[in-house]
Write a protein that binds this ligand. Structure first.
Ligand SMILES: C[S@@+](CC[C@H](N)C(=O)[O-])C[C@H]1O[C@@H](n2cnc3c(N)ncnc32)[C@H](O)[C@@H]1O
Length: 190
């Protein structure tokens, strides 16, 4: 879950914020309605906060790194509610959110079984009918190089539909492009 120095500098940069907010978020969320209450797992330095606030009236972020959580509270005061915690064991009530999203963070969750626990937690905190969506990098050389010395457990996109189905999601869609994939799924019920 740690990030090496280069990775921290990259994640904090204006270039990353632009790339994520203008290229990753719009692609990952195209055509989706986040409803009134969105949760972002792993907001980091907050690159996606403004883009998400354009799409949802209220935003909560669950961030595992205490320093990043504290930084978000200062930098994005009033834009999101920050909860320090692990996306795979969230200190949040059941059925709270109309949507749960995550971007470029699943590979920081240190094992496939922990990633599956995060998927199960996303389902639990969603209202019935709520949407879970996100994006991450494909397992390619540049992605691996950025993560030398870091946790890096890329999610093979071919495995996601089965893994999300197993924890209870339906209506799963997964797409790939050059260096990333996106997924979306729905909690059954209405
Ligand atoms: C590469 S950064 C991406 C940050 C942001 N999503 C973005 O797109 O710029 C990954 C973030 O996920 C956080 N993270 C890693 N594992 C987590 C977990 N289990 N629960 C919550 N956040 C986590 C890290 O601390 C870091 O802030």
């Amino acid at each position: 879950m740690g990030m090496n120095y280069l990775h921290r500098v990259l994640c904090r940069s204006a270039l990353w914020e632009r790339t994520s907010a203008k290229k990753i978020v719009p692609w990952a969320l195209a055509g989706l309605d986040l409803g009134d209450s969105a949760l972002e797992i792993g907001p980091g330095y907050g690159a996606n906060v403004r883009a998400l606030r354009d799409r949802a009236a209220t935003l909560t972020g669950v961030e595992i790194d205490p320093e990043l959580a504290a930084g978000l509270r200062v930098k994005h005061d009033g834009r999101l509610r920050v909860v320090e915690g692990d996306g795979a064991a969230m200190p949040l009530a059941d059925n709270e959110f109309s949507s749960v999203v995550c971007f470029t963070m699943l590979h920081h969750v240190p094992s496939p079984s922990r990633q599956d626990e995060l998927f199960a937690e996303a389902l639990r905190v969603l209202r019935p009918g709520g949407v879970f969506a996100g994006s991450d990098g494909l397992d390619q050389l540049p992605f691996r190089l950025i993560h030398v010395g870091d946790t890096c457990v890329p999610v093979p996109p071919e495995t996601i539909a089965d893994r999300l189905t197993r924890v209870g999601f339906t209506d799963i869609e997964v797409d790939k492009r050059l260096s990333s994939f996106r997924f979306r799924a729905r909690r059954p019920g209405s």
